[in-house]
Ligand binder design. Sequence first.
Ligand code: ZN
Length: 266
Amino acid sequence: NIMSGNHVSFLQNVYLAADVYAACLQHALTTEKEEVMGLLIGEVDRENAASHIMACIILHRSDKQPDRVEISPEQLCEATIYADKLAQKLNRPLQVLGWYHSHPHITVCPSHIDLRTQSTYQTLDQLFVGLIFSVYASDSGSVNNKVELICFQARGNDNSLHRREIPLTIKPCQLNTHNLRAITDLPNILMKEVLDISNTINDTGDEFAKLHNNALKTLQQTEIASTVTLPMCDFLELRLNSVTTRLRELELLKEQLKAQVDLMSR
Ligand code: ZN
């Protein structure tokens, strides 16, 4: 059935806030070795079957198997609590409305597992949406990394699932506090993943194994600091500088306009 009541049962349009796009993409770019994932939060316009994505949650991965992008019920519950808090703060009807994950070195096409996962979410909410970021897929003859993004839903039944591509618009916006926090939290989440794995391994009593694992842990932490934290600090500092400059320009303009008004009112 295509129509249920007055509402269309699949998405027509998805609008993604630019700062959420930046946060998701940054998350996707943190590793080319494994898939990363998160949940999307925003407003669903059921009348027009459109979704407005306004925030995201970067998920901590407990299971580091390749091609295992499953969301645990606990994570979904945490995301719902976060969405409720944000909804109160922004005074908007926000909810968890989708998920995203990365495809390092492969195309944006959703795998069969992706389509099955997506289809399961659609049984809970038929407007649930999936985003896939393809990263580190290099064109032959080019040194640049190619980034591709797909917005999709699943259609068909379990025996033959297909993807339905949804038109996606990235909406310009300012860097919102909650999304800035999502971006700056990323190094902490990555560090926690390293520590969690290292702690479980170090439960075995072997001293040489401990020594080796601690060295590996330090190496991984250094890598996070140099590839994620430092570039992020540089970027945020640049942004601060440009905002400060713009602020000064506007202050100057304000003074000039004030002077003009003074002259005119004399
Ligand atoms: Zn996938």
